[in-house]
Design a protein around this ligand. Structure first.
Ligand SMILES: Cc1cc2nc3c(=O)[nH]c(=O)nc-3n(C[C@H](O)[C@H](O)[C@H](O)COP(=O)(O)O)c2cc1C
Length: 121
């Protein structure tokens, strides 16, 4: 079983990291954590490449994450709330999922074949 964990906290030893630590001690299989405040992932630039093309034109760490999203069984979003919203860097990473929206609604394709379980913490 594979789990993708999106960590939306800037704090290296904060509440979110404590929560993630408990979760990773108790899940089976592999997991991958995206530390959104320290990873090399740019926000979506609305270049609209993905309206006609599969994937994303921005070549950064998100390319690996797209691969992991295809394979994984679970996606966990773990984030503090900032002004009742997900944190800025997590929203940057989340904006790169626009390629899936475009696949479905502009190109009429099913962007992610494998079903997932999702959780927001
Ligand atoms: C800029 C900023 C905005 C915040 N806004 C909210 C909020 O809207 N609601 C809330 O419950 N907590 C808010 N908080 C508190 C954090 O969500 C809370 O301290 C959280 O546990 C921090 O998690 P971390 O230690 O994993 O970074 C805010 C904190 C900051 C720094």
């Amino acid at each position: 079983m594979k789990t993708l964990i999106l960590n939306g906290s800037p704090r290296k030893n904060g509440d979110t990291v404590s929560l993630i630590s408990i979760i990773t001690q108790n899940i089976t299989g592999n997991y991958r954590i995206v530390d959104t405040y320290r990873c090399n992932i740019s926000p979506c630039l609305d270049c609209r490449y993905c309206r006609q093309n599969n994937g994303c034109i921005i070549q950064d760490e998100m390319q690996e994450i797209y691969g992991y999203i295809q394979e994984c069984d679970n996606i966990l979003i773990a984030s503090p709330l900032y002004f009742s919203e997900l944190t800025g860097k997590l929203l940057d990473v989340g904006s790169r999922l626009q390629t899936y929206f475009c696949a479905r609604y502009f190109r009429g394709e099913d962007p992610v074949k494998k079903p997932k379980k999702g959780r927001l913490s």
